[in-house]
Design a protein around this ligand. Structure first.
Ligand SMILES: Cc1ncc(COP(=O)(O)O)c(N)n1
Length: 567
């Protein structure tokens, strides 16, 4: 008897139709589109408009598909399965464009148009008269993605420097493209020019939130981490205002909606960039949730960052402009997730690996209320009593570090810190006295569950793991309090926190003072040095990051304990 087995996949995938040309070298056109669609977990169908004999060095020939046959292919596909989104690329000639405009008018589809005119290798892929015919297509276009030379050609925008536009000119050109074509939304791609960080910052100050400036992952966020300013190597990382960036301008109804800003990737493997981006937009449109208010921004951000990773992870092929790694997302799904950020500075990697968690710790309501002086006194007293217990465990963890160390340098470093904490405890006792809490009260106060949980975790990691694990388990306390001290200082400067008449003034001054920040600085330098001397493997990095996350979570729970008087 024949056995039968059932298909495992029953859920429908979003259908993306690409109407484009074939690139025999597989880098651009239909081939790039289908690989990208597959990587996004969508289903890709295709209507071919032309076949190119092409490689990474150039286009050797184009074989045009008759317009009637383009229509026939289109009808075959859409009458069978209605596409969620259509991407249009190389359209070959004016009769194909007119035939497609006629068809698309009858179907209420979402259309992304990448006006392919010239290949990366410099070959004209669209005759002059076809540019006129495109006017019939524009009103049907939801998302239009020209690059600078294409937008200049389509609008007749006059500039002395053909494509090296500045940011203001780019914005002008994007708006003009939107109004002249009537396409619903225009994304003017900035890859053909470069914009300095200063230009972006100037615009940001001038526009004052009229539109969004969407920075590449990991760039703007670094600015929100105060404690990095204590790390000497970070100070040397130039965040020069002269740094050249790529800016894509998103315009809707003639108004700028957003600027997408990111670093330029230095690669000659850019063949198929426009095809991949426009297809990624179609896929992001079909797969991102449309319920959220910033749907448009998320979708473009996803498509742009997808395409950049495709360039960054490209591999050699051919002798000219090589192709992108179009399908990298599907490879990522099959492999363990790669490290998201360059672990240098390591502290910024740790913080950014879960920024919301970190913010829940360093900007906890306990900290905010403390800064404003509105924190109930009993909450603070509960906290400092428990902190006394925690300090003892913290000193013990360092003594354990000295025990585990096998170099005199480490033994000295850990005993020094343990001794320093022991001395700090005397200061803590004196500080508690100013709140009417004496030493016998401190000693006899039962340890709360959140304090015991945190201390147990630190000592446990220290016992199980090696010296770096232990170092990791004590790092978030030191670095986090440095961040809290510096952040509160900033809050005072902008009038969001106050020192004047604040019951917790001394606490704030201690944690933003030279002594404490000096210790944080040494802690960061030490951690960075250890990591630089012995870079972790991916698995090791994952474990260190997990320890950091757990400690950050327990630190946040420690503030919860104070605020909610948890015993
Ligand atoms: C079939 C086809 N479609 C599009 C392009 C543009 O891609 P690129 O600008 O990367 O050369 C191309 N070269 N070939």
């Amino acid at each position: 008897m024949a056995s039968s087995s059932k298909s495992l996949e029953t859920k429908k995938r979003p259908h993306i139709l690409t109407i484009a040309g074939s690139d025999s070298s597989g880098g651009a056109g239909i081939q790039a589109d289908l690989k990208t669609i597959e990587a996004f977990g969508c289903y890709g169908s295709s209507v071919l408009t032309g076949l190119t004999a092409q490689n990474t060095k150039g286009v050797q020939g184009v074989h045009e598909v008759p317009a009637e046959f383009v229509t026939q292919q289109f009808k075959s596909v859409v009458t069978d399965d209605y596409p969620k989104c259509i991407k249009l690329g190389m359209l070959t000639n004016s009769s194909i464009i007119r035939a497609l405009a006629l068809e698309l008018k009858q179907w209420d589809t979402i259309n992304v148009l990448d006006p392919v005119m010239i290949s990366t290798s410099g070959h004209a892929l669209l005759p002059e008269d076809a540019i006129e015919a495109m006017k019939e297509l524009y009103p049907l276009v939801d998302y239009f993605t020209p690059n600078i030379p294409e937008a200049i050609k389509l609008t007749g925008y006059s500039t002395t420097s053909q494509s090296k536009l500045n940011l203001e000119q780019m914005i002008e050109l994007a708006k003009l493209t939107n109004t002249k074509t009537g396409a619903f939304t225009v994304l003017l791609k900035g890859g053909h020019t470069s914009i300095s960080r200063r230009e972006v910052l100037d615009i940001k100050n001038r526009e004052k939130g009229d539109y969004d400036i969407v920075w590449e992952e990991g760039d703007d966020d670094l600015d929100t981490i105060e404690v990095l300013s204590l790390y000497s190597a970070y100070k040397q990382i130039p965040k020069s205002e002269e740094e050249q960036l790529v800016v894509d301008v998103l315009v809707n109804k003639g108004e700028v909606v957003a600027l997408f800003v990111g670093k330029k990737i230095d690669s000659k493997n850019t063949h198929g960039t426009g095809c991949t981006l426009s297809t990624a937009i179609a896929c992001a449109y079909a797969t991102e949730s449309r319920e959220v208010p910033d749907f448009n921004l998320r979708m473009f951000k996803k498509a742009i960052s997808y395409t950049k990773t495709a360039i960054a992870s490209s591999y050699p092929f051919g002798q000219g402009h090589g192709p992108l790694n179009h399908a990298h997302l599907s490879v990522k799904r099959a492999l363990p997730p790669p490290t998201k950020y360059n672990p240098h500075p390591f502290v910024s990697h740790l913080i950014q690996s879960n920024l919301p968690l970190w913010k829940s710790y360093v900007k906890h309501p306990f900290v905010v209320q403390l800064g404003k002086g509105t924190l109930p006194k009993e909450c603070f007293e509960h906290y400092i009593k428990q902190d006394y217990h925690y300090l003892k465990h913290y000193a013990r963890a360092h003594a354990l570090g000295a025990y585990k160390a096998n170099s005199f340098e480490d033994i000295k470093a850990f005993t020094d810190i343990a001794g320093h904490i022991a001395r700090e405890s005397e200061m803590h006792v004196n500080y508690c006295k100013s709140f009417g809490i004496d030493l016998p009260t401190l000693e006899s106060t039962p340890e709360s569950a959140p304090c015991a949980a945190y201390a147990r975790y630190v000592i446990d990691i220290g016992t199980q793991g090696d010296i770096l694990d232990l170092y990791m388990s004590v790092a978030s306390c030191l670095i986090g309090y440095g961040e809290v001290g510096l952040w509160l200082q900033k809050q005072v400067e902008v009038g969001e926190a106050t020192l004047e008449g604040n019951l917790y003034r001394k606490w704030m001054e201690d944690y933003s003072g030279k002594d404490f920040l000096g210790a944080v600085e040494r802690g960061i330098e030490n951690l960075e040095r250890r990591i630089a001397e012995d870079p972790p493997t991916e698995a090791r990095l994952a474990r260190l990051t997990a320890i950091w996350h757990e400690c950050v979570r327990l630190e946040s729970a420690f503030w919860d304990m104070g605020l909610n008087l948890i015993k």
